[in-house]
Design a protein around this ligand. Sequence first.
Ligand code: DC
Length: 223
Amino acid sequence: MRKPVIAIDGFSSTGKSSISKVIAQKLGLIHLDTGALYRGITLFAIQNCMDQGTLNMPLLFRSLAGIDLGFRLENEELVLYLNGVNVSEDIRQPEISDQVSLIAKQPEVREFLLDTQRNMAAAGGVIMDGRDIGTVVLPDADYKFFLTASVDERTERRYLELKHLGIATDKLSVKENLINRDKTDSERKVAPLKKADDAVVIDNTELNKNETIDLILSFIKEF
Ligand code: DC
């Protein structure tokens, strides 16, 4: 029997990826974190397309076709490789978080990643998280969820996550980054961050990770 395709969209730091990872394990699905792909392109741009301190977008667009970006399975974890290098840690740096929305709003970048994402989901059996999965990437997904939570709660979670990763920052910077990213992601012209009409909204301000997971699982029928 075909395994389901699940789309998880929502605001930054609502726990989309960590929640999707657990649901994937429980249901035997593959979890694809599409934000990591945008972060990978951003890392590439910072490494290769800087021009006197600013991003040279035309150069990035010309370079896109030559970028080898994808996940590899290592020790049961999907690890992001950029041109043969494991960049899973590098893409979490604040410098990338600061620039990624600017890169993600470029139609050329979105177009480039669209096929990559659709191909990854073609065989079914995936849970994909991002911003436009239910609306654009996989509009026919079997299940769609849209996660939200208060800015303060999301700031706290993101701050603790960065601290855990050993990345030095302060709460105000984290909060500003979240607010700016949400704004840029929601207001961009192509594939903005938006709830799909048929998505279930989950506000997890008052829910912990396991409670959110259980709530999502309660919507999913056996397959
Ligand atoms: O999920 P994340 O915070 O790692 O995503 C990083 C950025 O990538 C986010 O600010 C918006 C962008 N993004 C997007 O535009 N579309 C997606 N499907 C996933 C992420």
